[in-house]
Design a binder for this molecule. Structure first.
Ligand SMILES: Cc1cc2nc3c(=O)[nH]c(=O)nc-3n(C[C@H](O)[C@H](O)[C@H](O)COP(=O)(O)OP(=O)(O)OC[C@H]3O[C@@H](n4cnc5c(N)ncnc54)[C@H](O)[C@@H]3O)c2cc1C
Length: 403
């Protein structure tokens, strides 16, 4: 290990992935996570295309496969729960597919990544960066706990509401673009038999969905279209009241899912947003994952972007041998086309996700049925594939002890 040191803010997906790849470049890193322990909650996330390639290179696929959520695919249903159209998981392959074969609970993936780095990466829980002073010899970091330390480089891997971004680049409102929808999710402890489908029931401008989890529970998603609400993301009680108003009178299992949201301490509602930035680095400070380029849950690309971004950033920092400016420039150059492609929403954008009228809803079902057929299937697969936007660089990595 050389003396070069990197501080990573955030122990979600991008943070530990970056620590792993830095370790394999002989670079020491420290992770600071504001939660008091690993955050093991969260929804199922998709591992697709190049994200899966990077996961393979990390050697974590055997553990991922042990914890995979067996999901047949996406099923549009009517208010009685009858299937209107299905999109099986093997319908498309590649980065931008709306359905994917590798689904894993976000908490499971977080734990696998943390285990990978626990032996060699110092992780500080229950603290966060309070101030950053970027100087010629390093970044002086003041933590909320009062600790002051200096690092060669600081990386914000602290998600869509990134603290590092706010400190080093400016307020969230300059970078986070609200796409016009809200999405809440909660756990349903006893959903009954789901037949392994990700069921989605829609009415104009609102949607309820239920997807199976490992262990027999399910995750409910409650989404609605709106741009102008004043929702405080920390005021969970008023969010739950808002959901009751928005979903009043909705069919299917709405009462049951609203009750599950009420009962869930980890219920979470946020805007459906993307992060758009001209640069992901300033001085000795850089961003990776959702902090720099969140594509929103609508793209399904968040995990893959975080894993690929961590791989490229660590590879370039290792290759540049201390020249962080050169490393950050290459990181941006390589990642930019992939991020731009990954931010492209499926046809219809938010209106495709939450159609506003009955006719549009019927058209979506029809389109889903047509997707089973050539040439529609080939056309859509080509349109959704993001992997051509980036050529994953090869770097020289130190082998893992067990490899
Ligand atoms: C409802 C929903 C559905 C999604 N569905 C999918 C999907 O199907 N497929 C997919 O690929 N992706 C999906 N995503 C996105 C995916 O979860 C993220 O894009 C991905 O986890 C990005 O990882 P990250 O490490 O950048 O951020 P995160 O996983 O958000 O991790 C950030 C970490 O930083 C910590 N943190 C935050 N602020 C601070 C601070 N100031 N100081 C220290 N630590 C801090 C947080 O506690 C957290 O541990 C979904 C997201 C949501 C919200």
């Amino acid at each position: 290990m050389n003396e070069y040191s990197v501080l990573i803010s955030g122990a979600g997906i991008a943070g530990p992935a970056l620590a792993h790849w830095l370790h394999r470049q002989g670079i020491r890193s420290t992770i600071v996570e504001q939660a008091s322990d690993l955050r093991l909650g969260g929804q199922a996330v998709d591992l697709r295309g190049l994200g899966e390639v990077v996961a393979q290179r990390m050697g974590i696929m055997p553990r991922v496969r042990e914890r995979i959520v067996h999901e047949k695919g996406l099923r549009y249903i009517d208010s009685a729960g009858r299937a209107l159209a299905t999109m099986p998981a093997d319908l498309f392959v590649g980065d931008g597919s709306p359905v994917t074969e590798i689904e894993i609970m976000k908490g499971d993936l977080t734990e696998i990544l943390h285990d990978l780095v626990a032996d060699h990466t110092e992780t500080i829980f229950g603290d966060r960066i309070e101030a950053l002073s970027d100087g010629p010899d390093g970044v002086e970091v003041t933590f909320r706990s009062g600790l002051v330390r200096t690092f060669d480089v600081v990386v914000g891997a602290d998600g869509i509401h990134s603290g590092v971004r706010a400190l080093a680049f400016g307020p969230e409102s300059d970078y986070v673009v609200h796409l016009g929808a809200y999405l809440g999710y909660c756990t349903v402890p006893d959903p009954g038999p789901l037949d392994s489908w990700f069921d989605m029931y829609s009415e104009p401008g609102r949607m309820l969905a239920l997807r199976p989890e490992r262990g027999g529970t399910a995750k409910a998603m409650l989404a609605f279209a709106d741009t102008g609400l004043d929702v405080d993301r920390r005021d969970v009680a008023s969010q739950k009241r808002l959901l009751r108003e928005v979903f009043a009178g909705m069919g299917w299992r709405s009462e049951e899912l609203l009750a599950a949201a009420d009962a869930d301490d980890e219920f979470h509602l946020d805007t459906v947003s993307q992060v758009h930035m001209e640069h992901w680095a300033t001085g000795r400070i850089a961003l990776v994952g959702d902090a720099g380029y969140c594509g929103s849950p609508l793209t399904g690309m968040g995990t893959s972007l975080a894993l690929v971004g961590a791989y490229v950033l660590a590879g370039e920092l290792g290759r540049a041998r201390g020249d962080h400016a050169a490393a950050f420039a290459r990181y941006e150059e390589i990642m930019r086309p992939y991020v731009v492609a990954s931010h492209t929403l499926a046809p219809g954008g938010v209106d495709g996700f939450l159609p506003r009228g009955r006719f549009a809803l019927r058209m979506r079902v029809l389109t889903a049925r047509l997707m089973h057929h050539w040439p529609m299937r080939q056309l859509v697969a080509k349109m959704l594939d993001k992997s051509e936007a980036i050529e994953l660089p090869e770097y020289e990595w130190a082998e893992l002890a067990s490899a």
